[in-house]
Design a protein around this ligand. Structure first.
Ligand SMILES: Nc1ncnc2c1ncn2[C@@H]1O[C@H](COP(=O)(O)OP(=O)(O)OP(=O)(O)O)[C@@H](O)[C@H]1O
Length: 605
């Protein structure tokens, strides 16, 4: 790769830097070379350049890019540390959190665990849609108070508290700031436009003694809802007077195509070309059959093109507007209509439910313990309390309460020497549970896991069936994964999965921090929001369609723009669409319903 003139400017600049540019303009690539240059000339043996990003997906891409960069020696590579904000913050908190009065031993409260821990606080309020602004604030404060209590009293710290805690630590201790600067004299801040207030506080403290290199595309700011500030770049300019280098619209990712141009047209709402090379818009009839058939045939065609190109590890992303669509597409790919062949794929779904469900399978794999049934019921309740993440539904919370109540009744009947109530919902549950527990184990974790999962899925208890279906989405047991190795070792050490529950729990924490995950290859289905920072050889964007009755649209869900209503168009939905479009290297295909095409594709008057 021959760096452009602007990229050379980055290499030759000193001091704080602000590098801006559109998607695929080469910001990440040059920042890696810059980090290598600093590591080569300015670092002492123990020091490292720190590369911080929000998403593990970006980390995976950056690590891969560093590894593949032939001009950087192995020795220099060792001096570049690539981390998520989360894992960097956690490193600081574990070592120095006690300075804030936190317990010496800290544990991470993972999002599903946090959802469980906060469920009773949340259940005291009506659903968000029914809350006044004042009540919403009250709810938020109550949640925060509980989070802080969990951290201070129990040493269980949720992700949302990482940045505020680290910020307090750094702002109150000059020694700590100096220590970090000694470890990391230069820090690269990827996707700087998305930095929220708490993270910005940390960055300000880091910048006192370390050199900062911020990479940003102001137009890619799609995280408004988590507090990213449109003025953040100005804050940086004011605080650090950086040298600014703007790559503007240069586009290396999809060079030779008009994909980036089309992305900009979407942003502006005006199209100055009839056709855009590399962009195809296809229309489908507004019914599930036609919609999915169009998606599936487009996916076959893209897959064929990519296989034919001879490229190994090709990637094809199917990007959809909602979580619900991610699931629907994944289900349809597994079992397409009209006998069409299935499409092998990975779906990136919200993991809370799958993680909690895995806890239940792990518990079943683990041999008997005295309070086994109590634990099992607690895990079932936790599943329903936590499966909705930070937005639990009332139905799920009620379900948890129903299970708890049924179990209390069950126990009091047994304790007074009676039979459990004949109509208890737990009869079916315990029957399936006992069958799963009784299955022989082979010591091959994947097989044993699947056996238990199958019993739950095919049994008579609809709750366990649901849980087993969720767990199907977990791919942590594939060959070579830590979870599989740890379970195998557990079996070797104990002749049973004596520590299965603990191992599964740790695996998810590790998974959250793992930086070794490779960028996705093959066919991947995900929510459009999740595509940020990634790139794929081809992208297919597939949205929902209107439900029409008597020539009128009666429902219009899962659209790129809410209800596909022009009055709902704002900068953030344009940016979101543009980010998705510009993830494609060679081609981006957009599938939209013919009767009511995505309004962003229609020029503004
Ligand atoms: N000077 C160059 N010549 C050729 N290819 C380049 C050049 N600079 C970067 N690339 C390639 O272009 C692609 C996109 O680059 P990169 O990921 O650095 O862009 P980016 O600005 O960080 O993008 P985004 O903000 O959209 O994530 C990469 O595959 C990279 O290898």
């Amino acid at each position: 790769m021959e760096p452009t003139e602007k990229q050379h400017e980055v290499i030759s600049s000193d001091g704080h830097l602000l590098v801006t540019g559109g998607p695929g303009s080469g910001k990440t690539t040059i920042s890696i070379l810059k980090a290598a240059q600093i590591a080569d000339y300015n670092l002492r043996p123990q020091q490292k350049v720190l590369f911080l990003s929000f998403a593990r997906a970006t980390i995976a891409r950056v690590i891969e890019a560093i590894e593949e960069e032939k001009s950087i020696s192995d020795n220099i590579k060792r001096h570049i540390e690539v981390e998520t904000y989360h894992s960097f913050f956690w490193r600081i908190l574990k070592a120095h959190g006690y300075l804030l009065g936190l317990p010496r031993k800290l544990d991470i409260l993972t999002p599903p665990e946090e959802a469980i821990a906060l469920s009773s606080t949340r259940s005291q309020f009506e659903p968000d849609s029914k809350l006044s602004d004042e009540k919403k604030k009250e709810k938020k404060d109550a949640e925060n108070a509980e989070r802080c209590r969990l951290a201070a009293d129990e040493g269980r710290v949720c992700f949302d508290l990482f940045a505020p805690f680290v910020s307090s630590l750094l702002h109150s201790s000059q020694r700590l700031r100096q220590l970090l600067a000694t470890m990391h004299p230069a820090v690269v801040l990827d996707e700087f436009q998305d930095t929220n207030a708490e993270q910005w506080n940390v960055v300000q403290a880091l910048g006192r003694y370390s050199r900062l290199i911020a990479l940003a595309d102001p137009e890619q700011r799609i995280f408004d809802f988590i507090g990213a500030d449109p003025d953040r770049l100005d804050h940086f300019r004011k605080a650090f007077t950086p040298t600014e280098i703007d790559f503007s619209d240069t586009n290396h990712r999809s060079a030779g195509t008009d994909i980036a141009k089309f992305g900009n047209a979407i942003l502006k709402g005006t199209f100055d070309q009839e056709n855009y090379e590399g962009i195809e818009v296809k229309y489908f009839d507004s019914n599930p059959n036609q919609a999915f058939t169009t998606l599936i045939t487009s996916t076959y065609a893209a897959r064929k093109r990519l296989a034919k190109s001879g490229k190994q590890d090709w990637s094809l992303a199917i990007l959809v507007p909602t979580k619900k669509m991610t699931r629907l597409v994944s289900d349809k790919f597994r079992a397409p209509p009209a006998g069409m062949p299935a499409i092998n794929h990975t779906a990136m779904i919200e993991m809370a439910a799958a993680i909690l469900g895995s806890g239940i399978i792990a518990h079943i794999l683990q041999p008997d313990s005295a309070s086994r049934l109590d634990t099992f019921i607690s895990l079932m309740c936790s599943y329903y309390q936590g499966k909705g993440g930070d937005k639990p539904t009332k139905t799920a919370l009620d379900e948890a309460a129903r299970i708890r109540k049924a179990y209390d009744k069950w126990c009091s009947a047994i304790n007074s020497g009676k039979k459990p109530p004949g109509k208890s919902i737990l009869h079916a549950t315990f029957e399936v549970y006992d069958t799963a527990c009784a299955k022989l184990r082979t010591g091959e974790p994947n097989q044993d896991w699947q056996t238990v999962r199958a019993v739950l899925e095919n049994g008579k208890c609809k709750r366990l069936t649901e849980i087993a279906k969720e767990v199907r989405n977990i791919r942590l047991l594939e060959r070579g994964t830590q979870l599989r190795e740890d379970l195998t070792q557990d079996w070797r050490d104990n002749g049973s999965y004596a520590n299965a529950s603990l191992i599964v729990q740790q695996a998810f924490v590790q998974e959250h921090f793992a930086s070794s995950a490779k960028p996705e290859t093959g066919v991947v289905v995900m929510n459009m929001h999740k595509a940020k920072g990634k790139q794929f050889d081809e992208v297919i964007i597939f949205e929902g369609w209107p439900n029409i009755s008597r020539l009128k649209i009666v429902a219009n869900l899962d659209r790129i723009v809410r209800f596909n209503d022009r009055t709902k168009v704002d900068a953030s939905c344009r940016q979101n669409f543009r980010v998705s479009i510009t993830r494609g290297r060679q081609r981006t295909t957009i599938l939209t319903p013919e009767v009511d095409p995505c309004v962003l594709l229609i020029p503004e008057q």
